[in-house]
Write a protein that binds this ligand. Structure first.
Ligand code: PLP
Length: 405
């Protein structure tokens, strides 16, 4: 006898990434760390394969009081946390409009909230064809449909034309479209929209014949490159017309390497104060009716870091060391692939690199036979360079190139 209602979802026996990572861990237990490449995990590991935990963040956590853990937090977040998110998100490109935000359990919660509040049941949510698989799950779980545009054209260039086409199709049947864009350091490709891509996308959105809620998933922004450079797109958002609303999905999981603390935020920016107030009301309601309020101790930690210049400088410096480590892994991985005659899907920076291929499951299995664990996607192989050393990046890139030749 079965009781679960699938409700349009395809619920797997096990989460693919966690199952694969379990396989890699079993191989490590049998053959040792050095013999296995576990490039499945979406978390930053150092060259020894240990989770990166920033000591400066730990220092902030240790200074918390029992009440910081025990007390309920305000539904939209503590005031210090909210100030911290604005600083962390906008950096030197301070918001040019009104801003309201609501704490969420990780960046994941911000996706749930935006879909719940800005699309109707049965509407399609639009995103790029290469995307974090959970986008679809979150949309379908809330009774929405899922539509994609081609992220890159045949020349490997951001496909603004296909975005316009797919958006136009939805505009014919919906009055509003939630468009999920993951940049910079997109999962799974590592691509960051260039400023030229941004101009093209803004022109497309301004021509749209329906409202567009542009949801910018910036989960990986702090690992995408130099702080100002990766935020240089923010002033461009001022060029969006009134029928386009900008909402950001922020994740402290990555920024503070604190995945387990489940801290993130949904942030709305508009020149129109009524629009951000409407957002606040809806975000608060969505929070209360799904996860209620979030982890207070995580909020207090982030508030402390961003209100103490000395502590913040320590966190920034420490993160830079790890960011540089990650950027170097990316360069080495891409170069090794290229030297072996294989190109990846356009890559800029971040936790992942993806190699397109016709038979990802088969390639994934063959890699596993060599104790190299990578995620087989529908159209390629995703390698988490965040979780393997430079040496293992080289080994993995060479093995993939050999199999693809
Ligand atoms: N967005 C993308 C593209 C991700 O890959 C992830 C996590 O892997 C998230 C958002 C959300 O992460 P979290 O909920 O841990 O903040």
């Amino acid at each position: 006898m079965f009781f679960v209602k699938e409700n349009g979802r395809t619920i797997p026996v096990a989460d693919k990434v966690f199952a694969l990572s379990g396989g890699a861990k079993a191989a490590i237990a049998k053959k040792g760390k050095d013999a296995v490449v576990n490039a499945t995990v979406g978390a930053l590991l150092d060259d020894n394969g240990d989770l990166v935990v920033m000591s400066s963040v730990t220092e902030a956590i240790r200074s918390l009081t029992p009440a910081d853990y025990a007390e309920y937090a305000p539904i939209t977040g503590t005031p210090a946390f909210k100030e911290a998110v604005v600083k962390a998100l906008f950096g030197n490109y301070g918001p040019s409009g009104h801003v309201r935000l609501c704490v969420t359990p990780g960046g994941t919660g911000s996706l749930t909230s935006v879909i719940q509040n800005y699309s109707n049941y049965g509407d399609s949510v639009l995103t790029h064809d290469w995307c974090w698989a959970n986008y679809k799950n979150i949309a379908i779980s809330q009774g929405r449909k899922f539509k994609t545009f081609r992220f890159f054209n045949e020349d490997g260039v951001f496909d603004a034309e296909d975005l316009e086409k797919q958006l136009g199709e939805l505009a014919a049947v919906q009055d509003q479209v939630v468009l999920l864009i993951n940049t910079p350091a997109h999962n799974p490709t590592g691509y960051s929209l260039s400023l030229d891509d941004w101009d093209k996308m803004i022109a497309v959105l301004n021509r749209a014949t329906c409202n567009v809620v542009l949801f910018l998933d910036i989960a990986y922004i702090d690992y995408a490159g130099e702080e100002d450079e990766v935020r240089a797109f923010i002033p461009k958002l001022d060029g969006l017309k009134d029928h386009v609303l900008t909402i950001f999905g922020y994740s402290a999981s990555k920024t503070l390497t604190a995945y387990g603390m489940r801290l993130g935020a949904i942030v709305c920016m508009s020149k129109n104060e009524e629009v951000v107030e409407e957002f606040r009301r809806a975000a608060e309601y969505a929070a209360r009716s799904t996860w209620s309020n979030c982890n207070r101790s995580a909020m207090v930690t982030m508030g402390k870091i961003y209100s103490d210049p000395e502590l913040r400088a320590k966190v920034d410096e420490e993160r830079k060391i790890y960011r540089d480590m990650l950027l170097e892994r990316g360069r080495i991985f891409e170069k090794t692939l290229n030297d072996n005659g294989v190109k990846c899907v356009p890559f800029t920076a971040g936790f992942f690199v993806t190699i397109a291929c016709d038979n990802p499951d088969e390639i994934g299995k063959k890699l596993e036979e060599q104790d190299i664990f990578c995620l087989a996607l529908a159209k390629g192989i995703r390698v988490s360079i965040a979780s393997v050393s430079k040496e293992k990046c080289v080994k993995c890139a060479e093995a993939i190139a050999a199999l693809l030749k």
